[in-house]
Write a protein that binds this ligand. Structure first.
Ligand code: SAH
Length: 490
């Protein structure tokens, strides 16, 4: 953090503004709003400043700056067009430990004035630390449009009930839920329509009812493959409302960063080989936190119902009478395909897609291998990279051509994404050569060849080294065949 944000109480406190032009005028206006006792020092004042002097709202020191002007000030704003004078004011203020803002001069300022969204009593201040003021202003404009103007009134309704809300809901989680109901429900709607008295009555009714004392709940949320842009709006809202987040290791740091700051985060990750928390342990945690009245988000990579044991977790919650919701996420197959430029279906190449996980251990294997080996279908295989050799052998043994194209997508949708392509006969070898690591998804089928021409995200696919041309052959540049094929399909 470059600057420490703070909101200063300037009510009745002396503040000096040096300068009498339009910039000084803007600064003085905001300080007046905050109730400061303003003195403007300048030889001449703009008409508006002059009018405030006449009305007794601000005081005027006529003339050029003198050090004793600083005597009473808590804050100083330098808003002239004289850089030398600004330097002097900054130095003298620093010597007296008075915070100074030099307009348009971040280096000389010891405090900055943020871009402000005013919904009194709510104030939102945005700063770029002086590095990108234009960006801060644009952000403010965006937020201005997002935040309803009734927000301040709504906060005022809540303020009136504050002490009683605290008494009624001593537990922070229940109190938080009450405020959420206040801000999202009927009360907010009435305030927006300008019916403030009715809103106040409705808030009283809500306070008297038991609605907010309800028990905790669990939301099973799909976090998608890693890129936070692939979260749904509903997932984002659940993350914002969470008291506790039980997340898998696969969930990216960028997604977790979007969760409510003071939500407790518990990693219950499972990694091939070593299980950090058993499934029973996860169940117990969900139960414990939900029973304590908390909102639990069970956050899983991809989609919770695709190889995510979401079904088992819901059965458990149902058995224990805990209310739940499910928010779907973008599953790895869909995300990896999109981010590698591989359409999972294609009129020319594949009419069906299968999502599978290949446990090639005989005891777990219930896959219909002859069906998987059929052509013109896409297989999206979720699994440990260690299974590839067995997978390749079984599929070829059941008749899938060794020349079937594949793409292995490692860290799909994340900045470090890698795509390794080749043909089924060399699948395990290619994965080993390129040291493909988990999480990786295998896409097998004719469509996988399209990665060569349709890739758009991250580094281009790592294709097999082209076989050296035989003597007498026409030497075509690498990729030309695929390019011609793509043109043909288009
Ligand atoms: N519920 C998840 C899947 C969990 S199983 C989903 O819907 O996506 C874990 C497997 O998913 C990994 O072994 C890998 O095969 C795949 N996977 C998950 N995220 C991935 C990513 N970002 N890139 C590639 N594969 C991924």
């Amino acid at each position: 953090m470059k600057l420490y944000p703070l909101f200063a109480d300037l009510h009745e406190r002396p503040v000096l503004v040096v300068g009498g032009g339009s910039v000084a005028e803007r600064k003085a206006a905001m300080l007046l709003d905050a109730g400061a006792r303003i003195t403007v020092g300048a030889p001449v004042l703009s008409p508006a400043l002059q009018a405030w002097v006449v009305a007794g709202q601000i005081a005027h020191r006529a003339g050029t700056f003198e050090p004793h002007w600083l005597d009473e000030a808590w804050l100083v704003v330098a808003a002239t067009d004289d850089a030398g004078l600004h330097q002097r004011i900054a130095e003298l203020s620093a010597a007296r430990r008075i915070f100074v803002n030099v307009v348009d001069d971040a280096a000389r300022s010891s405090f900055h004035v943020p871009a402000v969204i005013d919904r009194a009593p709510i104030t939102i201040a945005i700063s770029s630390g002086g590095d990108a003021p234009m960006f801060a202003r644009l952000l403010r404009e965006r937020l201005e449009t997002l935040l309803d103007h009734s927000l301040g009134t709504l906060a005022t309704v809540a303020v009136k009930l504050r002490k009683r809300i605290r008494l009624r809901h001593p537990q922070p989680a229940a109190r938080r839920r009450f405020y959420e109901q206040l801000f999202a429900g009927r009360v907010a709607g009435l305030v927006r329509r300008g019916r403030v008295d009715e809103a106040q009555a409705e808030a009283e009714r809500l306070l008297a009812s038991d609605a907010a004392a309800a028990s905790g709940s669990v939301v099973l949320v799909g976090a998608g493959p890693g890129d936070p842009g692939l979260l749904t709006l509903r997932a984002l809202r659940a993350l914002n409302e969470a008291d506790v987040i039980l997340h898998d290791r696969l969930v990216s740091a960028e997604v977790l960063a979007l969760a409510r700051r003071d939500a407790e985060r518990i990693e219950v990750g499972k990694q091939a080989g070593h299980h950090h928390t058993t499934q029973e342990g996860i169940h117990a945690l969900m139960l414990e936190h939900a029973r304590a009245g908390r909102r639990v988000v069970r956050l899983k990579g991809g989609d919770p119902f695709v190889f995510g044991r979401g079904g088992e977790e819901l059965e458990f919650l149902r058995g224990h009478g805990i209310p739940y919701e499910v928010v779907p996420g973008i599953t790895a197959a869909v995300a990896c395909a999109a981010y590698a430029g591989i359409p999972l279906t294609h009129r020319d190449h594949a009419q069906s897609v299968r999502l599978l996980t290949a446990h090639c251990k005989a005891s777990h294997d219930t896959l219909d291998w002859p069906a998987l080996a059929r052509e013109r279908q896409t297989l999206a295989v979720y699994m440990g990279v260690s299974q590839l050799e067995a997978f390749q052998q079984r599929l070829i043994a059941h008749g899938r051509a060794a020349s079937t194209p594949f793409a292995l997508v490692e860290n799909g949708s994340r900045p470090e994404q890698r795509v390794v392509t080749g043909t089924l006969g060399r699948l395990a070898r290619r994965a080993a050569e390129q040291a493909v690591k988990s999480p990786a998804l295998l896409i097998l089928g004719e469509v996988a060849a399209l990665a060569g021409s349709l890739a758009w995200f991250g580094a281009p696919p790592l294709d097999e080294a082209p076989t050296p041309p035989r003597p007498g052959c026409v030497d075509r540049p690498a990729g030309a065949d695929r390019l011609l094929a793509a043109i043909h399909h288009a």
